[in-house]
Design a protein around this ligand. Structure first.
Ligand code: KE4
Length: 432
C-alpha cells in the first residue's frame, strides 16, 4: 500500500542549520538517527501519547523523552505545578521545602533508600554514586556490565550502551586509560564472570553497578538468581551494590525494579520520572553510606540546580498523579495489551524476533536466538530494525531510533494509540 510521503522540509531546514551550530546537530547523540540513517525530525509540541513535528506530522510516541513522560506528554497536573512554582522563583540555591517533600516521597516509596540527594541528571547521580562507593570503601575498582549505560561519566563510559553503543564507541575517546582500567565490564546475566572478577581482584572492588533491568542495549531481562547472586558476592567481598534505576525507578513499580526483584541494593540512582520531564537525577541508599557525602563526610558532590524548585514541583506532581491514578497497575495492563497484540503479528509474519517486555518498558530484537546480553543484542539484524523503524515512522508511530534503546509506554497510551500501532506493525512486519 503506497503511503502519502511524510513532509519533512521544515525539519530538514532546521537540521541543516543545527549542524552548523551544534555538533552533529543534536544536544545528545542518540537523537541524531545515526543508527537508522536519515535525519531526525524536530518536535514542535507533544501531548498525551502524541508528538507532532514541525512539519505537522503526528506520531504515537514510544520514546517518551527516554522515560520521563510516564503520564504522557504535558500532563495537566505537572504543567500547572511547574507554572505555580515558576511564579515563586525559578531557582534559589537555598534549601526549599519542595526538596524535602520529594526526598520524603523517595524514601517512603523505596525501602532501600534511607537518605537521598538530588542532582540535575542521571549522569551526575551515577557518577556521584560511584565516587561515594569508592570513598566509603577506600577501594578504586568497579564492576559494570557490557551495554549498561550509566550516563557519560568517565569511569562509566566503558563498554557502555545507549548512544555510546549506537555510535560504535562503547569506550569513549578522552577517558584516561588508567581510569578506564579501574572499570571491569562483564557480560550481563553472567554470575560466574562476576565471581571470577572478585576473586581476581581481592579487596579492590568498591562496587558493582547494574541496571537491574537494562534498557540501554534494547531491553534485557535479568535471569533468575542473577541479582541475588550479585548481592551475595558484594556481601562476601565487602563491595557495595548499586542499582541504576534512572530508567526503571518509579516506572516498573512504586519501589522501582528492586521492588519486584526483591534484592536490596546499598545505593540506587534515579532520574527521568522523578523530574516530570525537568532536569532531575537522584542517588540514595544506606544512611551510613550517604553520610560520607559533604558537608557531613569527605566525599564531595554538589550542583547549582540540585533540588531546583521547578524540577521538584514537576516530580512531585508526576508521582502524585501516578499514585492517584493507580498508574503502575494500569501501565502493566497497557504493556500487556501491546504485547498481546504484537506477538501474533510477529508469529504471522514469521519474522525471527525476540520481544522483551517488563511493565511499561519493551524492545524488539530481530534475532532468531535468545538475547541474554549485549553480545546477543549486537548480533541482531540491524537492517531489519531500520526498515521496521522507518516503516512505523511513515505510518505515524515513533519508536527509539536505535535497537539499543527501550520503548516506553505511558498512561496516555490508550486503546486507539495501541490499535494504530498494531495496524502499522501489521503492515510493516511482512515487508521485513
Ligand atoms: P542522563 O544523564 O541522560 O539524565 O541519565 C543517564 C542515564 C543513567 N542511567 C540510565 C539507566 C540511563 O538510561 C541514562 C540515560 N538514558 C538515555 C537513554 N537510553 C538518555 C538519552 C540520551 O542519552 O539522550
Amino acid at each position: 500500500m503506497s503511503l502519502p510521503a511524510r513532509s519533512t522540509a521544515k525539519s530538514r531546514a532546521l537540521f541543516a542549520e543545527a549542524l552548523n551550530l551544534i555538533p552533529g546537530g543534536v544536544n545528545s547523540p542518540v537523537r541524531a538517527f545515526r543508527n537508522v540513517g536519515g535525519e531526525p525530525f524536530f518536535a514542535a509540541r507533544a501531548a498525551g501519547a502524541t508528538v507532532w513535528d514541525v512539519d505537522g506530522n503526528a506520531y504515537v510516541d514510544y520514546v517518551g523523552t527516554w522515560g520521563p513522560a510516564i503520564l504522557g506528554h504535558a500532563p495537566e497536573a505537572v504543567v500547572r505545578a511547574v507554572a505555580e512554582a515558576a511564579a515563586l522563583g525559578t531557582s534559589f540555591g537555598i534549601p526549599n521545602a519542595r526538596e524535602v517533600d520529594l526526598a520524603r516521597k523517595v524514601v517512603a516509596w523505596v525501602p532501600s533508600v534511607e537518605k537521598v540527594r538530588m542532582t540535575s541528571s542521571g549522569t551526575e547521580a551515577c557518577m556521584a554514586a560511584v565516587r561515594l562507593a569508592r570513598g566509603f570503601t577506600g577501594r578504586e575498582k568497579i564492576i559494570k556490565f557490557e551495554g549498561c549505560y550509566h550516563g557519560h561519566g568517565d569511569s562509566l563510559l566503558v563498554k557502555a550502551g545507549s548512544g555510546a553503543l549506537t555510535h560504535g564507541e562503547p569506550d569513549s575517546a578522552g577517558v584516561p586509560a588508567a581510569l578506564a582500567a579501574l572499570t571491569l565490564s562483564l557480560p550481563f546475566n553472567d554470575l560466574a564472570a562476576v565471581r571470577a572478577a572478585f576473586e581476581a581482584n581481592p579487596g579492590e572492588i568498591a562496587a558493582v553497578i547494574v541496571e537491574p533491568v537494562p534498557g540501554n542495549v534494547g531491553l534485557l531481562l535479568p535471569e533468575l538468581g542473577f541479582h541475588e547472586g550479585l548481592r551475595a558476592l558484594c556481601d562476601a567481598h565487602g563491595a557495595l551494590l548499586i542499582f541504576d534505576e534512572v530508567m526503571t525507578g518509579f516506572r516498573l513499580a512504586k519501589g522501582g525494579a528492586q521492588e519486584g526483584i526483591g534484592v536490596r541494593p546499598d545505593l540506587s540512582t534515579f532520574g527521568k520520572v522523578i523530574g516530570g520531564g525537568l532536569p532531575v537525577g537522584a542517588f540514595g541508599g544506606r544512611a551510613d553510606v550517604m553520610d560520607h557525602l559533604a558537608p557531613l563526610g569527605k566525599v564531595y558532590q554538589a550542583g547549582t540546580l540540585s533540588g531546583n524548585p521547578l524540577a521538584m514541583a514537576a516530580g512531585l506532581a508526576q508521582l502524585a498523579e501516578l499514585e492517584r491514578l493507580d498508574g503502575f497497575r494500569k501501565l502493566e495492563e497497557i504493556g500487556a495489551a501491546l504485547e498481546a497484540g504484537l506477538r501474533p503479528l510477529l508469529a504471522k509474519a514469521r519474522v525471527p524476533s525476540q520481544f522483551h517486555r517488563r511493565g511499561s518498558m519493551f524492545s524488539l530484537f530481530f534475532s532468531a536466538k535468545p538475547v541474554r546480553n549485549c553480545a546477543d543484542a549486537l548480533a541482531s539484524d540491524r537492517e531489519a530494525f531500520k526498515k521496521f523503524f522507518f516503516g512505523l515512522l511513515d505510518r505515524g508511530v515513533y519508536i527509539a531510533p536505535s535497537p539499543f534503546e527501550a520503548g516506553f509506554l505511558s498512561l496516555a497510551h490508550g486503546p486507539e494509540a495501541i490499535e494504530a500501532t498494531l495496524r502499522a506493525a501489521a503492515e510493516v512486519l511482512p515487508t521485513l
